[in-house]
Design a protein around this ligand. Structure first.
Ligand SMILES: CCCCCCC/C=C/C(=O)SCCNC(=O)CCNC(=O)[C@H](O)C(C)(C)COP(=O)(O)OP(=O)(O)OC[C@H]1O[C@@H](n2cnc3c(N)ncnc32)[C@H](O)[C@@H]1OP(=O)(O)O
Length: 208
């Protein structure tokens, strides 16, 4: 399975910030449950999963990419990373776990505190992506890599992938409701809503 985007220049802009702004606790819980289930399915997929990152990939977009087995990113101006702290919010523990498994403890600690967004070359240097190529070569490169992965006997690959990811998946599975409730409580704090409001205004200002 290849994750790619139909929007030029954007692999994924992450979660819909407007869903987290001035929403109701009930809607926040439903929103978060949908995200948890989507992620459990992706990270726990038995399929070979690859991200064709042909554009920006902040926050939830970075989570999507990191949750794949292999990542190819376009060189150039695009950025990738978990930038949550810049929005005044906190990457949930399962976002953190996936990043820890991808780039290790030290880089994750820096990346998360700073809300760092990396260029493709920087992402390559810390292991956040596996390959950087010109934009037009992203999809052919992914397809070529996929052929390599398909050579591996599927049962052996799936057992290996499942055992590598089990602990992180089980950690969320065992506390889904608590996590959803925490999200709804956290996101509706006055201080968090204020930060999100300012961030949305800054996105709109950038455009004008
Ligand atoms: C304990 C739990 C705590 C909470 C945890 C929550 C975890 C959160 C995870 C997330 O994913 S939060 C979302 C983070 N995303 C971002 O910070 C990306 C913000 N967007 C951008 O930086 C840029 O839009 C872009 C992706 C780099 C693309 O730039 P470009 O110049 O091409 O487009 P824009 O003109 O900026 O945007 C077009 C249009 O889309 C709106 N928009 C962009 N991103 C989002 C988003 N994530 N959610 C909602 N809307 C978004 C942007 O405001 C523009 O809207 P209009 O002005 O056209 O109405």
């Amino acid at each position: 399975m290849v994750l790619a985007s139909a929007a030029p220049g954007i692999f994924s802009a992450g979660l819909d910030i407007l869903e987290m702004y001035q929403s109701t606790p009930e809607r926040c819980v439903a929103f978060w449950r949908a995200l948890q289930d989507a992620w459990l399915n992706l990270y726990g997929s038995r399929l070979i999963t690859m991200a064709a990152i042909e554009g920006h990939s902040p926050a939830g977009g970075c989570l999507l990419a990191m949750s794949c087995d292999y990542r190819v990113m376009a060189e150039g101006k695009f950025q990738i990373g978990l930038n949550e702290t810049k929005l005044g919010i906190v990457a949930p523990f399962w976002f953190t776990d996936v990043m820890l498994n991808t780039i290790g403890h030290r880089e994750t600690e820096k990346a998360l505190q700073l809300g760092a967004l990396y260029s493709a070359q920087q992402a390559l240097s810390i292991g956040l992506v596996d390959k950087v190529v010109p934009l037009a070569e992203v999809m052919p490169t992914v397809e070529g890599e996929l052929k390599n992965w398909l050579q591996i006997p599927a049962a052996a690959r799936v057992i290996t992938k499942t055992s590598m990811r089990k602990a992180v998946l089980d950690r969320l599975r065992s506390q889904k409701e608590k996590d959803a409730q925490f999200f709804a409580d956290f996101i509706n704090r006055d201080s968090v809503q204020k930060s999100l409001g300012m961030y949305i205004a800054s996105l709109q200002k950038k455009k004008n």
